[in-house]
Design a protein around this ligand. Structure first.
Ligand code: ZN
Length: 498
């Protein structure tokens, strides 16, 4: 076959894979938002079937043939990068024996179900045998995939390629030291924001109307997306013209939905603004978990919890909010939405203590994968670390080690991306200032120049660039936590007056 013909056949093959991926994604969205309870079981089987088909295509002899013929041969950059992406997936999946892969997939879904019950009952012992198996599988897989220095690097590579234990062990302790020092100053301050003033009945429809207004300003494209209700909020990309977000409303606390929607829309803007020429290839998605989180956290925290944002948008907020807020001075409101208070649950944590939660889990999972600790010791070690880093100790495993679903689904190596994303966001923000007057843009209420900067520098590339290449191309440096520390210090010095 001529090169041109092979390229065409390869793209057709990718399209077929993509059709399966798109069907699976849409079914997953439905499973998490709309499906009636009784339909779940049969539907899960359908997902399993389609996933298996996709998996087979990713490790087939046919795809291997395309990789061998096209790698280094094609002049087309999109095809070349797609080939490399397919090769990575091929190598990774081929290294795992099919029997083990199947067992593992079953263990994941069983693990999640048991975790759910164990969490409700705050009973770690119930989950322990499943977690032990999940850890064993991950160690095995990491060895199949291979690594240079630390076995945990093989798992990190699945979520944040290029980042290693060596980097994290340099950066995280530095950040932790700065944040705990800040936390001490905040705790010593006499300023005490009153968050009770935020709790009042705020009808769901009004919260939604406010959020939609904010999304319009952010530039979320409603012709290429939608907003639905769910229990656990998420963003999901069916294709680049169908990027959906979901949220959960608490009518006594608007923060969950409003900040949650801004967060998920930050993820969605990334996906909606990927270059459409990548559609149908494995490159049509955000490049990594960390870069994705940099986008959501940038919109949620750097803009959504920004002082100037509230100075210029408090009237907009009051337009939708109950009259209760008319009595609350802006300053008190701003302080309340930025309260710092160590708490047990990561997803409810404030901006400052959030990275500390990530570090607790990172250190434990790194030690688990390196066989330095045992699963049975986790609850006790978790509580100890929470005491050490955040100064509080959970009284039950529900608010301790059992709180997040990640391990139950076998996701080891995923957690650091949350903290990395936060550091990337601060680095991007610093760089953006050279070209964009961020405060002026926030006051104007038209965020397009911020969004365009993100699209030009990050969004458009999809997976054409690896995360650390994007970081380097945009900022001229590697991972640097100083910008995050500086941002948090400046912000909280102002709020807590130290
Ligand atoms: Zn997120």
């Amino acid at each position: 076959m001529s090169l041109a013909k092979t390229e065409k056949a390869f793209l057709e093959y990718l399209k077929e894979q993509n059709a399966l991926r798109e069907a699976i994604t849409l079914i997953q969205w439905d499973l998490r938002t709309k499906i009636p309870k009784k339909g779940v079981e049969q539907r899960s089987e359908v997902v399993g079937y389609l996933s298996q088909k996709l998996h087979q295509m990713q490790v087939s002899n046919e795809i291997k043939g395309f990789i061998d013929e096209l790698k280094g041969q094609t002049q087309d950059e999109v095809i070349q990068k797609s080939v490399l992406e397919c090769e990575e997936t091929y190598e990774k999946n081929r290294k795992i024996p099919e029997v083990e892969f199947k067992e593992y997939v079953m263990l994941q879904s069983k693990g999640e179900a048991v975790w759910q019950e164990a969490r409700e009952k705050a009973d770690f012992a119930m989950f322990q045998p499943y977690l032990e198996k999940l850890v064993d599988y991950n160690k095995k897989f990491a060895n199949y995939w291979g690594y240079k220095e630390n076995i945990y690097d093989a798992l990190l590579n699945n979520y944040e390629p290029g980042v290693t234990v060596k980097t994290l062990d340099e950066v995280f302790p530095k950040v932790r030291k700065s944040l705990t020092a800040l936390l001490e100053k905040i705790e010593a301050s006499s300023v005490r924001p009153d968050t009770t003033l935020l709790s009042t009945y705020f009808p769901k429809d009004s919260q939604k109307a406010l959020s939609v207004d904010i999304l319009n300003r952010m530039g979320y494209d409603w012709d290429a997306g939608r907003l639905d209700d769910t229990i656990h909020p998420f963003e999901i990309t069916v294709n680049l013209n169908d990027v959906r977000i979901t949220t959960r409303y608490d009518e006594q606390d608007f923060r969950m939905a409003v900040f949650g929607i801004i967060h998920e829309a930050g993820h969605a803007l990334y996906e909606q603004n990927i270059d459409k020429k990548l559609e149908g290839t494995p490159l049509a998605s955000g490049t990594s978990m960390g870069i994705h989180e940099s986008q959501s956290l940038f919109w949620e925290n750097f803009l959504g919890r920004n002082k100037i944002f509230w100075e210029s948008h408090y009237d907009l907020f009051k337009k939708y909010a109950p009259s209760h807020f008319n009595k609350i001075p802006l300053q008190d409101f701003y302080h309340a939405v930025n309260e710092v208070k160590p708490s047990f649950i990561r997803i409810e944590a404030d901006e400052l203590t959030y990275p500390l939660h990530i570090m607790v889990r990172y250190e434990l999972e790194k030690a688990l994968i390196n066989s330095e600790i045992e699963v049975k010791d986790l609850p006790h070690l978790w509580n100890e670390k929470m005491g050490e880093y955040l100064g509080i100790k959970p009284t039950s495993d529900r608010e301790g080690v059992l709180q997040d679903i990640h391990w139950a689904g076998g996701d080891f190596g995923y957690f650091p991306s949350y903290a990395l994303g936060y550091m990337y966001a601060a680095q991007f923000e610093h760089k953006m200032r050279e070209k964009v007057d961020i405060e002026k843009v926030i006051r104007s209420g038209d965020f397009s120049s911020i969004r365009n900067w993100m699209t030009d520098n990050i969004h458009q590339y999809g997976k054409m660039k690896k995360p650390l290449d994007i970081l380097h191309d945009v900022t001229g440096e590697g991972l640097n936590p100083d910008y995050l520390v500086k941002y948090l210090t400046t912000k909280y010095q102002d709020i807590y007056q130290f």
